[in-house]
Design a protein around this ligand. Structure first.
Ligand SMILES: *[C@@H]1O[C@H](CO)[C@@H](O)[C@H](O)[C@H]1NC(C)=O
Length: 300
């Protein structure tokens, strides 16, 4: 398995309305949609606008081990959002799909809800070092037999749980073990702040199990990571995604507010997805609420 040299990803999500991803590496992924050239940066403009999505407001769980109403348990209610960055000004999480090695993560934000130039580092992770600052690694292993954190329901499945140091399992408290930074093939891990959900004011939408808030407002993620060449692996190619925090707090795969493409949703930015059939090529896509009068625009 060839490992790509380290990539540095700088993701800026900022009012008024830009999502900007910058890449630095020796082998840089090429955009899948344009021919030739290496991709060094990617900018989405006009990302937000007025529209609505279906927010999850509850789950009607059954007592037993099977779900009697698989179609009706997921309670949703439309919510209207607006603003030039919406919904990416909501609290967000970053999801890493393995095989990926994470070396460093730093998150910067302006103070409070202001948008001044004085951004400060609010979160920090370094592989192999204990106690990341204001950053918690989570995965979707809640509540099943043997699980140490989170919850499970026959309809909603596993909630989030606190990830173990190798990212492959779950532990009972946030960041209980030291993280190697290696996300195993076929597994996913996501990051949240260390703020637990206590009300809808710090965590919008329905949440269960071990629920934490993501980063709201303007934010800058700086990530140092590497990924193998996708055509070498038999399974799902590695990827890095942004999701609205509401998605993972309900159920990342199942009852959530995500929507897909034309159906709209509460916000997903596929920053980088390795393409299996085209090594060193990647794809990036942005999904959000509908309708938005102004079309988002991607400059590759
Ligand atoms: C959670 O971790 C425990 C060990 O801590 C393991 O037995 C269990 O299978 C894990 N849950 C899932 C869903 O992988």
């Amino acid at each position: 398995m060839t490992i790509l040299p380290i990539l540095l990803l700088i993701l800026l999500i900022k009012t008024p309305s830009i999502c900007h991803a910058g890449f630095a590496a020796k082998h840089i992924l090429k955009p899948a949609v344009t021919s030739g050239g290496q991709l060094t940066s990617l900018k989405y403009t006009n990302v937000g606008g007025s529209g609505s999505y279906q927010r999850v407001t509850g789950m009607l769980e059954d007592d037993g081990l099977s779900c009697s109403k698989p179609k009706d348990f997921c309670i949703k209610s439309p919510v209207t959002v607006s603003g030039p960055l919406s919904p990416f000004d909501s609290d967000l999480t970053l999801v890493f799909s393995g095989p990926t090695k994470i070396y460093n993560i730093a998150v910067y934000q302006p103070p409070g809800s202001s948008n001044t130039a004085n951004w400060a580092r609010v979160s920090r992770f370094k592989a192999g070092k204990p106690n990341p600052k204001n950053l918690v690694f989570m995965n979707n292993q809640g509540g099943k037999i043997g699980s140490k954190s989170g919850t499970w329901g026959p309809c909603g499945g596993s909630s989030q749980s606190y990830a173990s140091g190798d990212f492959a399992g779950n532990v009972s408290t946030p960041n209980q073990e030291v993280f190697t930074g290696d996300v195993p093939p076929g597994l996913e891990v996501n990051i949240m702040t260390s703020t637990k959900c206590t009300s809808s004011s710090n965590c919008p939408g329905y949440y269960r199990g071990t629920a934490h808030a993501g980063w709201s407002g303007s934010k800058l993620f700086v990530i140092e990571f590497s990924m193998p060449d996708a055509h070498d692996i038999a399974m799902k190619p590695p990827a890095i995604w942004i999701l609205n925090g509401e998605v993972v707090r309900a159920a990342q795969y199942g009852c959530n507010c995500r929507g897909m493409g034309g159906k709209g949703g509460c916000g997903e930015l596929d920053i980088l997805e390795n393409l299996k059939d085209a090594p060193y090529n990647g794809i990036s896509e942005l999904y959000r609420q509908v309708p938005i009068n102004r079309p988002g625009k991607l400059d590759g």
